[in-house]
Design a protein around this ligand. Structure first.
Ligand code: ADP
Ligand code: ZN
Length: 339
């Protein structure tokens, strides 16, 4: 078992890797507990907490509609939740986003924690204190920065996770290596098969390493005014691909990372050899690196997504594996590259 600490202006958060999820009661403060989960998780894991009332959302992003969230506030009210209650989210990124948002706004904020059940949420979504819900097609447009009291990551839970969802998490793990440390990247190359098979100790080691990368970035810049932007590597292009095609987040980010690496190569920042090495690792995890979609359409979606009238964009590039760089690029330059 390992613990990783995040100390932000908006509170402290302890991330516990490789604790059995049944042990979550050790971390729960003596308060009235309310569980938010989803219907897939409920059938596997919610039964260990028979005494707490729970609200089970339909799995998936559509449940993040602000209108739907009202029904969760009502449920809390009906069950007499007050300032002294504690909300426990058990689930993947969607549950963590919803539970964190509801907890940080209900009665101006009640304490909360997560049992993170998907690889994506263990290495990314549940770490960092951001939460959010969607409005009128804008993702995470309403939300807060509030740290959960704890995040418990039990790697055994990944055994029931569909393979497609697992692959999404590997995209963020590769991202964390690319923006932080070539050694971590080399370890991913070395351990790829073991990770795909969820072998121990590799899976626990890599989850903890990946969380450490994110935790140190978030601790340095909780509100994304500077280096937290590095976490957007692959996401500027990737989000547009996700919006346009509806493919899963991890796959879209993989396409986005390929784009950012190609751009870095064309600008002479990384070698062709590094570029190919990165593509190779993404593909080894079963992630796509190209797609039959016109780049000019992705560019248009990207510009629309920005919502602001900016004519430049902060794009994360690489100067080497493990050496990221935030470059303010004129949209015109990006457009040329996307043609
Ligand atoms: P994310 O990929 O951001 O974590 P979700 O919260 O939507 O996104 O989770 C992805 C899908 O995987 C959902 O359908 C969810 O119910 C399911 N899921 C999450 N964790 C597990 C698990 N441990 N076992 C089985 N299914 C899971
Ligand atoms: Zn992401």
């Amino acid at each position: 078992m390992e613990t990783i600490l995040i100390e932000g202006q908006n509170g402290k958060s302890t991330i516990i890797v490789d604790e059995r999820f049944e042990e979550v009661t050790k971390y729960l403060p003596k308060k009235k507990h309310f569980i938010i989960t989803d219907k897939n998780i409920e059938k596997y894991y919610a039964t260990v907490f028979p005494e707490a009332p729970f609200f089970s959302i339909n799995p998936g992003e559509p449940s993040k509609q602000l209108g739907y969230i009202e029904s969760i506030y009502r449920w809390l009210l009906e069950n007499n939740a007050d300032r002294n209650s504690f909300i426990l989210g058990i689930g993947g990124g969607v549950v963590c986003d919803i539970a964190g948002f509801v907890a940080s706004t209900y009665m101006r904020g009640v304490e909360f924690g997560f049992v993170s059940t998907s690889l994506l949420s263990q290495v990314d979504a549940s770490v960092g204190g951001k939460n959010g819900v969607d409005l009128d097609g804008y993702k995470n447009i309403i939300g807060t920065f509030t740290q959960p009291r704890f995040v418990l990551c039990d790697t055994r839970l990944l055994k029931t996770l569909p393979h497609e969802e697992l692959v999404n998490g590997f995209a963020e793990m590769v991202k964390h290596a690319l923006i932080s440390d070539i050694k971590l990247f080399e370890q991913l190359e070395h351990d790829c098969i073991a990770l795909l098979n969820l072998n121990q100790p590799e899976i626990s080691k890599h989850i903890a390493e990946s969380i450490r990368v994110k935790a140190s970035i978030v601790t340095a810049d909780e509100r994304e005014s500077g280096i937290r932007k590095l976490l957007n590597f692959g996401h500027t292009w990737g989000h547009a691909v996700e919006t346009l095609t509806g493919i899963s987040h991890g796959k879209a980010v993989s396409i986005g990372m390929e784009f950012a690496c190609r751009l870095s190569m064309e600008k002479g920042l990384i070698s062709n050899r590094d570029y190919l090495r990165i593509i190779n690792l993404l593909q080894s995890f079963g992630l796509p690196t190209c797609m039959n979609i016109e780049p000019s359409r992705v560019f248009k979606t990207l510009v629309k997504d920005k919502k602001r009238n900016a004519n430049s964009i902060d794009f994360v590039l690489l100067m080497g594996i493990g050496v990221p760089k935030i470059e303010t690029m004129a949209l015109e330059e990006l457009k040329k590259f996307a043609e």
